[in-house]
Design a protein around this ligand. Structure first.
Ligand code: 5GP
Ligand code: ZN
Length: 113
């Protein structure tokens, strides 16, 4: 999608610190980390947000979760991490391309803010 920053990162047009990638998924470090470990896991194909996904995306959504588990291992936080998506502006979504935040490396409080 034109003018989507995460599409551009997925295509390599914009640089990012990529920590994992495969045919369908790219993961890279967040530019403004909220924890010692903070990666973003995104589908290469543009989907606005989780609620924009359809049944046709079911396999891709599964791949994103499996990729997140691999990223946790690559970043050595597989024992304790949080995986979260902000769906919609009110939830804090600022980039309209589906992404999961993987946070770790510090004590994670619950409930989140
Ligand atoms: P959201 O607020 O939509 O849930 O998360 C968007 C995340 O993308 C934010 O944590 C923000 O720091 C990160 N981000 C925004 N632009 C860039 C960028 O150009 N590169 C990287 N690596 N992260 C970005
Ligand atoms: Zn996009």
């Amino acid at each position: 999608m034109a003018d989507c920053i995460f599409c551009k990162i997925a295509s390599g047009e914009i640089n990012a610190k990529v920590v994992y990638d495969d045919a369908d998924v790219v993961a890279f470090l967040d530019l403004n980390p909220q924890a010692p470990t903070h990666a973003l896991i995104v589908p290469r194909r543009h989907i606005d947000r989780l609620t924009a996904a359809t049944e046709a995306d079911a396999e891709l959504l599964g791949k994103l979760q499996l990729a997140a588990a691999k990223v946790a291992k690559v970043l050595k936080v597989e024992g304790a991490f949080r995986l979260v998506t902000n769906n919609g502006k009110g939830a804090g979504q600022s980039v309209d391309h589906l992404h999961y935040h993987l946070l770790g490396g510090r004590k994670l409080l619950w409930p989140p803010g």
